[in-house]
Design a binder for this molecule. Structure first.
Ligand code: LRH
Ligand code: MN
Ligand code: MN
Length: 390
């Protein structure tokens, strides 16, 4: 690789920003058990303290996504200032209309207008919070759906969804975006109201330019070609964000790149090919993960590293040679070019990038040596640990 090409790869890696989710630092679990861990944050402020450690060691994770009400505070401007003092900014505001009894039959698609109103009020509250936090993105995921055929009218639910989305879209400022996430199933098991990218895309298209799709990598049927979805949405200017995580079975929320690093590479290659790594492309590379059994801060660090390594490999693909092989119909040659990049050990390259950013060549070793885990375990005693719903 020429000096110039290497410099371009490094520059792309330097400018990539990976957004970490506040809830990854909190306790989480399955419906069977939540295993509490020592030192887990008791409030959003402490989640930001942990996120700052991730950024200090990796150099590329200065943005933290919030989830409301899990991160509810009295003064969001103060939270943003607190983040700023730690070299962070606040990222997407994730709305939560799935954890209250009223939402048993849905939120914005509920048959009862009073429940729909309540859900919409929450979405509007999130927009107000974005004003105070300086967030660009409102991220919406709806658990809405039905469990049994005939339970509710599928078309009417789409009408209600459209009504709520357009009301909230109207409320956004000119620089703010609505990001609509889809998920095949769970908690609804028969018909989810936004089950796939096509549904999300169709709603976003109607809403307007600032409505974009979020691809959560854990939200598809097994075997789905996610990189095709990414390529398609990017081509249409409708890819807004990722919720990165990995899965073996359903929405496992395991560390990004852990279950299938090759899939993450294929996704990142399509992002690169579609111009999604350009600084003005507006693609948010968020993690959406839960660390149920592994220590949380190093798990987030590992995930950030995995995303960076997949990105580096994607950047190493020799695009000219690939295009030539594709034009020539050289099936094996083209595939080989992609595989060569995937098989490259990019760890030294990414370590160089980190060093240039003033972070650590080996973030996990640096974190272990920092004493942070011992410190938070000793200091964060008393009070209630944060978790899903706290
Ligand atoms: C739903 C989801 C969505 C939520 C998050 C906690 O499964 O992916 O993004 O906000 O989990
Ligand atoms: Mn998600
Ligand atoms: Mn999910």
């Amino acid at each position: 690789m020429s000096e110039q090409a290497l410099a371009a790869v490094k520059s792309a890696l330097t400018s990539q920003r990976i957004e970490t989710p506040s809830w990854a630092y909190a306790n989480s679990g399955t419906r069977f058990k939540v295993f509490a861990q020592p030192g887990v944050p008791r409030a959003p402020w402490e989640k930001l303290d942990d996120a700052a450690r991730v950024h200090a060691h990796t150099g590329v994770a200065p943005v933290v996504a919030l989830h409301i009400p899990w991160d509810r505070v009295d003064d969001y401007a103060a939270l943003a200032a607190y983040a700023g003092e730690r070299g962070l900014t606040l990222g997407a505001v994730n709305a939560n209309v799935f954890q209250e009894d009223d939402y048993k039959l849905g939120s914005v698609t509920h048959p009862d207008p009073a429940v729909r109103r309540k859900a919409l009020d929450h979405l509007m509250e999130c927009v107000a919070i974005m004003g105070a936090t300086g967030s660009r993105d409102l991220k919406l995921w709806f658990s809405d759906g039905t469990n049994y055929p005939g339970q509710d009218d599928i078309r009417a639910r789409q009408d209600r969804l459209e009504e709520a989305l357009s009301a909230v879209y109207e409320r956004l400022g000119d620089d703010q975006r609505l990001i609509l996430e889809y998920k095949l199933f769970e908690p609804a098991f028969y018909a989810t109201d936004v089950p796939d990218w096509g549904t999300s895309y169709a709603h976003c298209l109607k809403l307007g330019e600032r409505a974009k799709v979020c691809v959560d990598t854990g939200h598809h049927a097994p075997g789905t070609n996610i990189e095709f979805i990414v390529a398609f949405l990017l081509r249409e200017g409708k890819l807004g964000a990722f919720d990165l995580n990995s899965r073996f079975y359903a929405d496992d929320d395991l560390m990004a790149g852990a279950a299938d690093p090759f899939q993450l590479f294929r996704i990142m290659y399509e992002v690169r090919a579609g111009g999604g790594l350009e600084p003005d492309a507006g693609i948010a590379f968020m993690l959406d993960q839960c660390h149920n059994i592994e220590p949380k801060v190093p798990a987030v660090i590992r995930s950030v590293m995995n995303v960076q390594e997949a990105t580096a490999k994607a950047l190493l693909v020799d695009r000219e040679a690939l295009a030539a092989a594709q034009r020539a119909g050289d099936v094996l040659g083209a595939n080989g070019i992609l595989m060569d990049a995937f098989q490259t050990d990019v760890r030294p390259l990414v370590a160089d990038v980190r060093e240039e950013l003033g972070a650590d060549r080996d973030p996990l070793a640096a974190y272990a040596a920092s004493g942070w885990a011992e410190r938070i375990a000793a200091e964060r005693v008393g009070g209630e640990q944060a978790g899903w719903g706290a």
